[in-house]
Design a protein around this ligand. Structure first.
Ligand SMILES: [Zn+2]
Length: 189
């Protein structure tokens, strides 16, 4: 007895499961999740990294993601608030040193007019204007926008050149005010 049961065969051949998503699909999906306007980004990334995505599911998902609009770009950096007129400004940095900036409009009076922030290096008569880093730009506008007149005058006082137009200041009163007589008439900070 029992001899019949001893020779039962177990089918240990692995069942062909569904084909899983390829590396290429996964990396394409990741790019789409990051660039498209996906509402639940964390959830999507968790699904992507679950290791359970089949080739067919990945393919369907790619189609869905491609149909989404691109994520809107946040315009927080590389902009200049409207209350800051073109001119030169000094701020005190976190390291307690003065830092000098210029705000200038590129292509004024055209549809391509762009307002930019530049770092001011050098001395009156020999200023050089260089592109700031993103964090320098952000820090500059955050400070200047609180009181543009003050930071313009601070530039004039520290540098000895008009905070508005950059002309060297000669008479003591102008130096004390940080603004030249002509610009002082135009600006009432
Ligand atoms: Zn001036």
């Amino acid at each position: 007895m029992g001899s019949e049961g001893e020779w039962q065969f177990f089918d240990i051949t692995p069942q062909p499961g569904p084909k899983m998503a390829s590396e290429r699909q996964l990396s394409f999906i990741k790019d789409l999740i990051l660039s498209k306007n996906v509402i639940d980004r964390d959830g999507a990334l968790a699904r992507l990294n679950s290791g359970e995505l089949t080739l067919d599911q990945a393919s369907t998902w790619i189609g869905e993601l491609k149909a989404l609009p691109y994520r809107p770009k946040v315009q927080k950096t590389w902009t200049v608030p409207e209350n800051i007129p073109d001119g030169r400004y000094a701020i005190v940095g976190k390291d307690r040193n003065f830092k000098f900036f210029r705000v200038v409009t590129r292509n004024p009076d055209t549809i391509n007019a762009t307002r930019i922030v530049q770092k001011v290096l050098g001395a009156p008569g020999d200023f050089r204007y260089v592109r700031p880093t993103e964090s320098e730009w952000t820090m500059a506008v955050e400070e200047i926008t609180k009181d543009p007149g003050f930071h313009s005058a601070l530039f004039g006082m520290k540098v000895g050149a008009c905070g508005v137009c950059g002309s060297p200041l000669t008479d003591p009163e102008s130096i004390a005010l940080g603004i030249g007589p002509i610009c002082a008439r135009k600006y009432d900070w």
